[in-house]
Every structure is written in C-alpha cells, then in structure tokens.
Design a protein around this ligand. Structure first.
Ligand code: NI
Length: 160
C-alpha cells in the first residue's frame, strides 16, 4: 500500500465527471487500499478517486471506525436536509457550511463484486454525499456558504 499525493483545487482532474468502473480487477483493489491508506494518513473520513488523480467512480469512507469501499456509488434516496461545516483534503484550510440531505440510501458494488445498499444518516450521509460530488466534478467550495480560511466556524468540522 502507498500514501498517494492529494490533488488540490485547480487541478483539472477534480472538475471531471468520473467514469464508471467496468471491471473490478487487481488495479482497482490496489487503488482502494492506497486510497484508504492516504485517507488515514491525512486524518480524513472520506476520499474519492479523483482526489488521487484517478477519474473513476470509487470512494472510501470511514466515519465511525467502519470502512466502506464503494465502487460506482449511487445515491438512490434522499430525505430531509441539514446544514453543517465541511472541509476537504483537496481544499486545504478552507471550511464552509453545506446543505445536504439528512438521510440517504446509497447503492454500490463492493470489492468482492457484490451489489449492496446501505442507509446512512448524519455525518456518514454527509460524507458519502461529499465524496459522490467529487465523482461528478463538484467540490464543496462550489456549493458552500460562509467559507472561512484557517479554522472551521463550527466544532463538528470533519475533513473529507
Ligand atoms: Ni473532499
């Protein structure tokens, strides 16, 4: 496994719509492991493939000591709305308030080729929505309000 370089805002790879993964091969599994290692090394709770320069629909999240590797994630249900502070490994030192659905259902394929659906709420739901946005070329700073530099304006700040 390896800690990969994080691409930051301004890099064109972050503005692209990522391609679907057609085949879950060794390369994809290695990418998942490297993304996870990079996320843990940078103390993030989520990471999307374009953040390490790969334009594929892959995210890894770990909000409460449970890691999810999601290939081709798709949010198939959204309920409610919540505003909270976010940050992003690709936007160092920037924080802002983002409105997201409060509860979601996400469908994805696991590294073992299984199709899975999970329901998420709170921070996990927020994190998944933030990462799926990355797959569509969208950064939180494109949609955030009250962007601040240096420190979050709320205590619940998490970096994704
Ligand atoms: Ni991010």
């Amino acid at each position: 496994m390896a800690v990969l370089e994080i691409k930051t805002a301004g890099d064109p790879v972050l503005k692209q719509t990522c391609a679907k993964v057609e085949k879950i091969d060794k390369r994809v599994k290695k990418l998942l492991d490297d993304m996870a290692e990079t996320m843990y090394a940078t103390e993030g709770i989520g990471i999307a493939a374009p953040q390490v320069g790969v334009s594929l629909r892959i995210i890894v999240v770990d909000v409460e000591n449970k890691r999810y590797d999601m290939i081709n994630p798709e949010i198939i249900y959204r309920e409610g709305s919540a505003i909270d502070a976010e940050g992003c490994l690709s936007c160092p030192n920037l924080f802002g308030d983002v409105e997201r659905a409060e509860k979601i259902r996400v469908k994805f394929t696991t590294r073992y080729h299984k199709d899975k659906e999970i329901d998420a709420e709170g921070l996990l739901a927020r994190c998944i929505q933030h990462e799926v946005d990355h797959l569509n070329g969208r950064l939180f700073i494109d949609i955030a309000k009250n962007i601040t530099r240096g420190k979050p304006n709320r205590e619940t700040e998490q970096v994704k």
